[in-house]
Design a protein. Structure first.
Length: 163
């Protein structure tokens, strides 16, 4: 539509500079006599000097149909990717710690007793110690996940030196 030559009923020949818009519908045109960017009513335009009616309004560009399928990955997929990334970095996420843990029943039962005694107003302290690479961080992530599932506020705090 832009660039089309039309005839204005009072101004003569003109070239369309913008798409029709507004109410009443208007369009910017450049007149042959020199006026540039004049706003005129669409109803005052004709295809030719002798046309009794204005040209049909151009159809608006078709909008893309809404996607029926979400582009967001499923949460289970996202959780799996987070777990893999954490494991590559030598870490473990709280959600996955229980699933991939083997032989942690002893530490889980001690932690359960600690939580139970804290509920009875007898708080305790657990110290997890061991050599490098023995799974201390993994154990803490496991315990944090257990505490969170039981609706306990939990935080992992590590000391490099115990006195």
């Amino acid at each position: 539509m832009i660039g089309t030559e039309l005839f204005h009923i009072r101004g003569g020949r003109c070239t369309v500079r913008s798409t029709p818009s507004g109410s009443p519908v208007q369009v910017a045109v450049d007149f042959k006599f020199g006026a540039k960017g004049s706003k005129v009513l669409w109803s005052d335009l004709r295809m030719d000097k002798n046309d009794p009616e204005p040209p049909p309004l151009p159809r608006p560009a078709a909008k893309p149909s809404p996607k029926t399928k979400s582009t967001r990955p499923e949460s289970s997929w996202v959780d799996a990717r987070r777990a893999i990334t954490a494991l590559r970095l030598g870490q473990v996420t709280n959600e996955v710690a229980k699933i991939i843990s083997i032989g942690t029943e002893d530490i889980e039962s001690v932690f359960d007793l600690t939580l139970t005694s804290a509920t009875d107003q007898q708080p305790g302290v657990l110290v997890v110690e061991g050599a490098w690479g023995t799974g201390k961080t993994h154990a803490l992530a496991l315990l944090k996940g257990i505490a969170q599932r039981k609706r306990w506020l939990s935080r992992i705090s590590c000391w490099t030196e115990w006195r």
